[in-house]
Design a protein around this ligand. Sequence first.
Ligand SMILES: Nc1ncnc2c1ncn2[C@@H]1O[C@H](COP(=O)(O)OP(=O)(O)OP(=O)(O)O)[C@@H](O)[C@H]1O
Ligand SMILES: [Mg+2]
Length: 158
Amino acid sequence: MSNFAGTQTITCCLEETQQLGRKIGTSISAGTVICLTGDLGSGKTSFVQGLAMGLGVPDDYYITSPTYVLINEYPGRYPLFHVDLYRIEDPVDFEDIGLYEILHGKGVVAVEWADKLSKDFLSEYVSIHFETLNDNSRKITITVKGHDKCSLIDEEKK
Ligand SMILES: Nc1ncnc2c1ncn2[C@@H]1O[C@H](COP(=O)(O)OP(=O)(O)OP(=O)(O)O)[C@@H](O)[C@H]1O
Ligand SMILES: [Mg+2]
């Protein structure tokens, strides 16, 4: 995907959602935060599996929701930090979960249930919303929020 900001896509199977993640993973800039929202089973983790492929995370890592550990880290072109806030009761700040440090480490961060994440100090992030249309179809809406939209996407790799 050359420019995924402001797009809406319908995927018709798991693999198509993974493929979207993979395309984004190949062109993403270090330091990008991706906030994933949408109901249970809407495809957030599937997307992150693709993102990991695009970032070159080795195949022998299986990406699942990090429900009990909050954050999983995977090695790739940039380190991928996969966060799941489903079990978090109150809204959390980036600093609460150690993400502030991570951001400065120039990894890519993907946060499931990101509605529970306070975005106050985040000047820019990519928001991806997943909506279940039926058993296999998902509507995926991508928006870029923040001041300097261009810096989120590596222009060189467009
Ligand atoms: N178009 C599609 N895209 C993604 N997943 C799909 C699609 N069609 C069917 N599925 C199925 O829906 C499920 C999506 O699960 P996934 O774990 O990715 O959702 P999730 O949003 O992470 O859920 P949770 O909120 O529980 O973490 C999988 O079982 C997958 O096979
Ligand atoms: Mg999940």
